[in-house]
Design a protein around this ligand. Structure first.
Ligand code: F6P
Length: 461
């Protein structure tokens, strides 16, 4: 059996108490795939250092070998904060207004991709399957090929792929996508992002695209592009729910809200998550139903993220103002309607908080998938489940049509959904829960890993 070499920007959860599920679940899944196949996980250590000697830190933990490199201040600035998170991230989340186009950061992005290729190539053996992850490393396949690598190389994009008419605003867009066609398999979270990519390849590159099979033929190479919706680690998450830590967290939340309904949101503090819009929707609900202020407590858990990027600093300020305004206007000595918490919690604690919350609010303006939506459902009591309010613009909406789907830009729509969720009878809650939970349980992250690696291993070379 081939070994697996996973390459991603970060190698493991940087903080044990990670942001919002996604990284934790993914890390767990990739770790178990690595244990199964054997192999290496390569990426940035998360550390800053000016060491350019190409030192690779190899570690073996719990059956998995990780190989990490440090990046210099300039590399972090241009590659991570710059091109990845100030150009690609906003553009891929449809935020042209926040997208910066700087040649220098583009060069830094290429330089770090080249450095990744240089450092990882000697670690790759002839039969290894190579699996590259996410928007930080779009051109890595081409960099690896230029070093003579003939292995099967796959790529998975965790975030949306934007429509062609947005994507073409990126200088050198064609050059970037051509580098991606050096992969053998390219995976997307949903059919929608896949279709946007195929459309681009056909219309802008003139590639031959078979929409049925997702095969793209271009300059003598054939690439398989396909949707592989990511799932949660169901078994691991359920095991977390059995712990004392989860039960304590549930009790702690329930006793603090007393007879009121807890409504919860858990997101990295990111403008793509629709947090200010969410607070506006809650404000609208209180305006339209002032008699219900005492019925509801909204808990927003939002650990800070990418704090060196200006747009992230701005979103934090906006959110503080908006939640402060509503609390100022609507609080009583014994009622504070919004609890805004700038820190992360463990998976077990999140399980407990989700279980204690009768409404889960997941309303990104745009999201590749969103695993918080799936974790919220996974934590519910099947006999008395809570209601998931989900943005129709999250990739997860395509898989969870029985959630209460909303337009996160519309405060009225959000207000209406909150009212509906608060008043929803048990039989409808159960019907919606039963309509979604099978997908959450069965289309899990192990299946996702297997589907992708099976397709990659089947590529003829
Ligand atoms: O979902 C996109 C993503 O970049 C993941 O790859 C990552 O786990 C998460 O967001 C957190 O981002 P960062 O590594 O920038 O903190």
């Amino acid at each position: 059996m081939s070994r697996l070499v996973v390459i991603s920007n970060r190698v493991a959860v940087p903080k044990a108490r990670g942001a919002a599920g996604a990284q934790g679940g993914l890390a767990g899944a990739l770790n178990s795939a690595l244990k199964k196949f054997g192999g290496i996980w390569f990426g940035w250590s998360g550390q800053e250092s000016e060491d350019r000697t190409g030192n690779i830190n190899l570690q073996r933990n719990d059956g998995v070998t990780t190989a990490t490199i440090d990046l210099s201040t300039r590399d972090i600035d241009e590659y991570y904060n710059g091109y990845a998170n100030s150009t690609l991230w906003p553009l891929f989340h449809y935020r042209l207004d926040l997208t910066e186009y700087e040649r220098e950061t583009g060069k830094g992005y290429e330089r770090v991709n080249e450095r990744f290729a240089e450092c990882v190539t000697p670690l790759i053996e002839e039969d290894d399957l190579v699996w590259v992850h996410d928007y930080h490393l779009l051109p890595l396949g081409e960099r690896l090929r230029s070093r003579g690598l003939k292995n099967r190389i796959g790529f998975f994009l965790h975030i949306p792929w934007p429509p062609t008419r947005l994507f073409v605003s990126l200088p050198f867009h064609d050059r970037l996508v051509k580098t991606m066609l050096d992969y053998d398999v390219i995976g997307f979270q949903t059919q929608e992002w896949l279709e946007s990519f195929l459309h681009y390849c056909s219309k802008e590159l003139g590639a031959e695209v078979d929409e049925e099979t997702g095969r793209i033929s271009y300059e003598g190479r054939t690439v398989l592009a396909k949707a592989y919706p990511i799932g949660i680690d169901w078994d691991h998450f359920q095991a977390q729910g059995e712990t004392g830590e989860a039960r304590q967290a549930q009790q702690r939340l329930m006793s603090s809200v007393r007879h009121r309904t807890a409504m919860i949101g858990v997101d990295r503090l990111d403008y793509s998550k629709g947090l200010p819009e969410r607070i506006d929707g809650i404000g609208r609900f209180f305006d339209q139903h002032p008699d219900r202020v005492r019925d509801l407590v909204f808990i927003q858990i939002a650990p800070p993220s990418r704090e060196d990027v200006e747009s992230y600093q701005q979103i934090r300020t906006v959110l503080e103002q908006k939640s402060g305004q509503i609390n100022g206007a609507r609080s009583e000595v014994d009622v504070v309607p919004i609890r805004y918490v700038n820190r992360g919690y463990s998976h077990a604690e999140l399980y407990g908080f989700f279980r204690a919350s009768k409404i889960g609010l997941v309303t990104p303006l745009r999201d590749g998938m969103n695993l918080v939506a799936k974790e919220y459902l996974a934590a519910q009591d099947p006999e008395d489940p809570g209601v998931l309010i989900l943005s129709r613009f999250a990739g997860a909406a395509a898989q969870l049509p029985d959630a209460v789907l909303v337009n996160p830009h519309s405060p009225d729509d959000l207000s209406h959904a909150i009212k509906k969720a608060l008043d929803m009878p048990l039989d409808e809650r159960k019907r919606r829960y039963e309509g979604t939970i099978g997908t959450v349980r069965d289309d899990n992250v192990q299946d996702w890993t297997e589907a992708f690696t099976n397709d990659l291993a089947s590529v003829p070379i």
